[in-house]
Design a protein around this ligand. Structure first.
Ligand code: C2E
Ligand code: CA
Ligand code: CA
Length: 454
């Protein structure tokens, strides 16, 4: 081993944990044992992912004075191309891409065909513009491949923050940057940046802490009252989750629900919230106190959970709460993913006595065809519609939407009422039920109970 290499490895040892370092050395050794030049992609004859990792690590170790970056290339629509133009054309596109990449080959550059339609370029650079140039040039070259469909390559770029940065982490970061622009046809490339890093750290923290939060009753139930705008009376509530984080205070659902929806943990959080709702209602019923229906949100993840309808029915029995006191709020996306099954489950719950409410109507998550859904009892009009009351067109649209929903015999509730003039207009349209900051914000259950006891 050369002195330079030894130094680089010494540096890595200082920066990495003992375990990471062992793994790193093991993978380097394994790669050296295999004949590196036989580690080629069968189709494109570029390095496969193993050889790429090894070669790139070697470049980085041997040239600590250079700045390196990784560019990951992926096609947004490769499966469509395969499907409509045939596999042979798909393969030809991959070979064409590999050949385009080969034109970039120069000293210290490592090229790879990772797998399927994903490629990698490890390259030295001086400034970011050079990396953008590579992406733009490759995009142009790939576009020369003539097929009836537009080929849509996208590029995720990660710049090494030190000469000891692990190649696989660079690849993860480049892929993360790529994911941030997937499906956005106007964006061709994205750099991994601080925002992505902090989002990733935040997501990791949420994943780590949520299990503790569930065990330690840090998942709190808040309720936002629903109001009859004619009388001002509280005639219902919506259960909204809050996370009482020991260090970060009360965390709003928009910060953690999207993460939990991705890893499926939302199911446990939902069940924890539902249980608190049933417990509260069951206790008040047993005490002979006033109760109103408190609706719960049903995440679309439950679509994939066969036991979810039984969980609701079991809770209703366990806490002695009639199902009509716990309406279920759903968004359309839940139905779209698995229509038949979701309809079946919803009908089952409806038969049992649960009321179904279509959440966020008009927000893009729920559209007009959902009104045909026989199972629905109520439509919850999204705040967006209410905000539009400010314009004449917005007022007319809302008026007709309300008319149509009423004509279909469905109940209406409007979300996000913040001002008296919104209330007045809604009452004029014949809509009496609302939920919004004009009346009440979501509140801890003690406050909500005090409101009912008043
Ligand atoms: P959502 O189901 O549409 O809930 C209504 C959201 O609108 C709540 O936000 C509420 O505080 C807010 N809101 C109500 N009135 C007004 C208003 O007048 N002005 C404004 N600006 N906002 C208003 P929150 O509590 O932050 O919840 C956000 C979203 O998180 C909910 O939207 C729901 O999709 C989700 N969520 C909340 N709790 C749960 C839960 O227990 N389970 C699941 N799966 N999702 C939940
Ligand atoms: Ca809701
Ligand atoms: Ca809503």
């Amino acid at each position: 081993m050369q002195e330079k290499e030894k130094n680089a490895i010494r540096l890595i040892r200082q920066e990495m944990s003992e375990k990471d370092f062992e793994l790193y050395m093991y993978s380097l050794k394994k790669m050296a044992e295999n004949n590196i030049d036989q580690n080629l992609s069968f189709m494109t004859e570029l390095y496969n992912i193993r050889a790429f990792q090894f070669k790139a690590a070697e470049e980085m170790l041997e040239n600590p004075e250079l700045k390196f970056a990784m560019i990951v290339l992926d096609f947004a629509n490769f499966s469509t191309i395969n499907e409509f133009c045939g596999r042979k054309t798909g393969d030809d596109l991959l070979k064409h891409t590999a050949n385009s990449m080969r034109t970039l080959q120069r000293e210290h550059v490592v090229l790879s065909h990772f797998r399927a339609d994903t490629f990698g370029i490890f390259t030295p650079f001086n400034d970011k513009e050079e990396l953008i140039d590579i992406a733009v040039k490759l995009d142009e070259m790939i576009a020369e491949f003539k097929i009836p469909y537009k080929v849509l390559p996208a590029f995720g770029i990660c710049i090494a923050d030190s000469p000891t940065m692990s190649i696989s982490i660079m690849r993860d970061y480049a892929v993360m940057a790529l994911d941030s622009i997937k499906g956005k046809f106007y964006a061709k490339y994205a750099f991994f940046d601080e925002k992505m890093r902090s989002r990733m750290i935040m997501n990791k923290m949420i994943e780590n802490d949520i299990v503790d939060a569930l065990a330690n009753e840090h998942i709190l139930l808040y309720v936002q009252p629903k109001v009859n705008m004619r009388t001002g009376e509280v005639d219902g509530g919506e259960a909204l989750v809050r996370w009482a984080h020991p260090e970060r205070g009360i965390v709003m659902p928009c910060h953690f629900i999207p993460v939990l929806e991705r890893n499926g943990l939302i199911i446990d959080v939902d069940i924890c919230v539902w249980r608190q709702v049933f417990r509260l209602l069951g206790r008040r019923l047993a005490e002979g106190k006033k109760v109103v229906p408190i609706s719960i949100n049903i995440s679309r993840q439950h679509v994939f959970d066969d036991s979810f309808k039984d969980k609701l029915i079991d809770m209703s029995k366990e806490y002695n709460v009639p199902p009509e006191l716990v309406p279920l709020e759903l968004t359309e996306s839940g139905f779209l993913e698995n229509q038949g099954m979701m309809y079946e489950r919803m009908h089952y719950l409806k038969e049992y006595g649960f009321k179904l409410s279509m959440d966020d109507f008009g927000s893009g998550y729920s559209n007009i065809t959902m009104l045909k859904n026989e199972a629905m009892d109520e439509i919850k009009i999204d705040k967006g519609f209410v905000d539009d009351i400010a314009t004449p067109k917005g007022r007319r649209i809302l008026k007709h939407v309300i008319e149509m929903i009423k004509d279909l015999g469905l109940n209406i509730i409007v979300e996000g009422v913040e001002e008296a003039r919104q209330r007045d207009f809604l009452l004029e349209c014949g809509c009496t039920n609302a939920q919004g900051f004009y009346y009440y914000k979501p509140m801890p259950t003690d406050d909500f109970e005090a409101l009912l006891d008043k």
